[in-house]
Design a protein around this ligand. Structure first.
Ligand code: HEM
Length: 363
């Protein structure tokens, strides 16, 4: 597709598809022409669906609470959570990477970051799972059922966060909610609704993606055991191995935008108001950008993949996702010698924008 129809219109989905690195890069770099207000904002506007200047203002405010230092300080906790999770499976001799490690780790970390007490963790996990749940069959009944479930989970989560907000307003703690309540630019504070929506966005944007990053990296190490051998011999390569996973098996393969004016891309005229899907998964393997793109190079340098997007909406949680994946993989490799896939059929996550599997048993 990238070679033959690098920019094409899909009649069924009524949307443009863009596959080349250069074109995807150009789209993500130009938020004035390619807006993030692509229809999702009807469920409540978030950072992800805002355009400038509102986006800049909101992003600056949340950046204050989501600093690299705040994230790096989490390393010891991420290490102990990973060890606790692996302790539970150590005697079994086998585990499901998705179920036993890659799903609970990001949920627990984000819950702690937000200041959710340990006793409410399972409740919190159920809500956040429901909020990102897809549907297997695309019938109207299945879709309606899923939307109803999501709305219910979101409403319960909002009630729950309202309680936490009230508590933190009275007595601030060392957590993200307290920092968000405190964040201020030019005397301007975040509104309660903004904080609520932002907390929910973190769950929706951060949990399943990180799960898939950890799983996809493990999957690569079992599909291509040479990668596993190399990282075992040179543990310092874990960082670049995570980056190469984000290029080769990116958890998010496509990013949506809508054109704000008529614009030409790759010789095609995109009309104002039309949807545009940037296929990051294809761009990440574009031979015009990457040498030997179909080969996984554990220590690929440079590696300007767009697994976390690009431009003003570049993933806010990238430092956290990277840290969690690095720590999880380091510990996994140290504690388990020779990780092998326990061959079963793989079930993909039912979303065209996501690359991941529902379960990945290893021995
Ligand atoms: C934005 C991917 C983890 C929070 C994005 C975007 C991508 C992405 C591609 C850009 C979307 C766009 O341009 O429309 C990923 C991947 C992750 C990950 C692959 C894991 C491997 C996280 C985590 C968090 C997070 C852990 C937070 C806890 C966000 C937020 C945005 C975002 C808030 C919106 C930023 C903005 O619009 O300014 N992510 N993400 N993500 N991500 Fe992530």
């Amino acid at each position: 597709l990238r070679e033959k129809t690098p920019v094409r219109y899909d009649e069924d989905r009524q949307s443009w598809d863009v596959f080349r690195y250069e074109d995807v890069h150009r789209i993500l770099k130009d938020p004035a022409t390619f807006s993030s207000r692509r229809g999702l904002e009807v469920r409540g506007e978030t950072l992800l669906t805002m355009d400038q200047p509102k986006h800049t203002h909101m992003r600056n405010l949340v950046n204050k609470a989501f600093t690299p230092k705040a994230i790096n300080d989490l390393a010891p906790r991420i290490t102990s959570i990973t060890n606790e999770l692996l302790d539970q499976v150590a005697s079994r001799g086998k585990m499901d990477i998705v179920y036993d490690l890659a799903t609970p780790l990001p949920v627990i970390v984000i819950a702690e970051l937000l200041g959710v007490p340990a006793k409410d963790r399972m409740l919190f996990k159920d809500w956040s799972d429901t909020m990102v749940k897809g549907v297997e069959d695309n019938t109207d009944t299945a879709l309606a059922h899923m939307m109803a479930e999501r709305d219910k989970a979101e409403a319960e989560l909002v009630q729950y966060f309202l309680k936490i907000l009230e508590e933190r307003r009275k007595k601030p703690e060392d957590d993200l909610v307290s920092a968000l309540l405190d964040a201020e630019i030019d005397g301007d504070k975040l509104q309660e609704q903004d904080i609520l929506r932002f907390c929910i966005l973190l769950l929706v944007a951060g949990n399943e993606t990180t799960t898939n990053l950890i799983t996809n990296a493990t999957r690569l190490m079992t599909e291509q055991p040479a990668i596993q051998d190399q990282v075992r011999q040179q543990p310092e390569l874990v960082k670049s191995m995570v980056e190469e996973t984000l290029r080769y098996y990116p958890p998010i393969v496509a990013i949506g935008r809508v054109a704000t004016q008529d614009v030409e891309i790759g010789g095609q005229l995109i009309r104002e108001g039309q949807q545009v899907v940037s296929w990051v998964g294809a761009a990440n393997r574009d031979p015009d950008k990457f040498d030997d793109p179909e080969t996984f190079h554990t220590d690929r340098k440079p590696n300007a993949h767009m697994g976390f997007g690009f431009g003003i909406h570049f993933c806010l949680g990238a430092p956290l996702a990277r840290l969690e994946a690095q720590i999880a993989l380091e510990i996994l490799l140290t504690r388990f010698t020779d990780i092998e896939f326990e061959k079963t059929s793989l079930t993909p996550i039912p979303s065209p924008f996501v690359f991941g599997v529902k379960s990945y048993p290893v021995t």
